[in-house]
Design a protein around this ligand. Structure first.
Ligand code: HEC
Ligand code: HEC
Length: 292
């Protein structure tokens, strides 16, 4: 409780400080590189939620049903269609959604959209990603309304939720660590949002930070997600860096078993497309996580 109170006070102080500073320029500083953006899309795993592969839906046209303990979410259409997609959005609209969890108009997003991790992405990665999204064929397709249980159906509840639980801000490299470690930490905690599935959440749907990556009893579709810290039994302490990189590339664990469930989709849509350097960087970072 005291922690929450402290946060309130700190936030109020930070907001007061911001109010007297001149607003930072929000203008995009580059037009973006769509080719790089296509790779950022793979880092971010956007396809898993925004392409309805099971129903052979058009790329990024949305409609995927995401079951959670709070209800069923439908990931929206993010093709550049003006009416049913994000065709009318500026790059700044896009960056605000990805890093602040706020649409151009209206109440904040539910954290089922992992902006809680994407907030760590660099501005350049987001500008490139938007440039790529602008090249995707626009698809006209309405997204069904979310089917949430009370009280989670009240989107207005996301205002205090953000205030209490959302820690925004771009990833800050640790100068004491290697370049590979920092790249791995950026990918895991930012675009690849590994902790969104591999960390446990509290009653409010907030990731419990001091148990990060220790596993989650109620992951996607209510299924258990294993821990990926260096714990020898309840983690991947026994895996080498090579084992980790190989699994993320191919889906095959050191035991020889294929990794399944939601992770199979992560591998197919995301990690199997990564460069070897990025796979090694992620392995380097995961090997440094204390056992939990
Ligand atoms: C775990 C599933 C998931 C992943 C992964 C995901 N999204 Fe989403 N996204 C959602 C959901 C659910 C919403 C709707 C949230 C809401 O209605 O509050 C959403 C909303 C959005 C919106 C707002 C659209 C609108 O019309 O307001 C954008 C833009 C977006 N996502 C882009 C992305 C991009 C880009 C990526 C990859 C970097 C991504 N998303 C990855 C689930 C996901
Ligand atoms: C959408 C949810 C989701 C995301 C995102 C996700 N994982 Fe997983 N992961 C799972 C699930 C579920 C399993 C268990 C798969 C199984 O039962 O075969 C798993 C398994 C694993 C395993 C094998 C653990 C073991 O003990 O067998 C590793 C390693 C792993 N994930 C690493 C990662 C990394 C690194 C990332 C980020 C790049 C990531 N995961 C992102 C859901 C996810």
């Amino acid at each position: 409780m005291t922690m929450i109170l402290y946060r309130h006070i700190l936030r109020a102080a930070a907001l007061a400080a911001l109010a007297v500073l001149p607003a930072p320029s929000m203008a995009a500083d580059a037009s973006g590189n769509a080719e790089r953006g296509a790779y950022v899309l793979r880092l971010g795993g956007c396809i898993s939620c925004h392409t309805d592969s099971k129903k052979k839906g058009a790329p990024l046209a949305g409609g995927v049903a995401l079951k959670s303990p709070y209800g069923t979410f439908y990931a929206p259409n993010i093709t550049p269609d003006r009416e049913t997609g994000i065709g009318g959005w500026s790059t700044d609209d896009f960056i605000r959604a990805m890093t602040e969890g706020k649409p151009p108009q209206g109440m904040p997003y539910y954290p089922a959209f992992p902006y809680t991790s994407y907030t760590r992405m660099t501005r350049q990665d987001l500008i490139d990603l938007k440039a790529y999204l602008d090249t995707v064929p626009p698809v006209r397709k309405e997204t069904p309304a979310h089917e949430m249980r009370f009280p989670y159906n009240l989107r207005v509840a996301m205002v205090p939720w953000q205030w209490l639980f959302f820690n925004g801000g771009t990833f800050k490299p640790d100068p004491r660590k290697s370049e590979a470690w920092n790249r791995g930490a950026y990918i895991v905690t930012g675009p690849a949002h590994c902790g969104e599935c591999h960390s446990p959440r509290n009653f409010f749907g907030d990731v419990i930070e001091d148990q990060a990556m220790s596993g989650n009893e109620a992951g996607p579709d209510g299924k258990r997600v294993p821990g990926i810290t260096q714990h020898p039994k309840r983690g991947i302490g026994a895996w080498t860096k090579k084992d980790i990189a190989y699994m993320l590339k191919t889906g095959s664990a050191p035991s020889g078993d294929a990794v399944g469930g939601a992770m199979a989709e992560v591998i197919e849509n995301s990690t199997s497309h990564w460069t070897d350097a990025d796979l090694d960087a992620v392995a380097e970072y995961l090997k440094s996580l204390p056992a939990r």
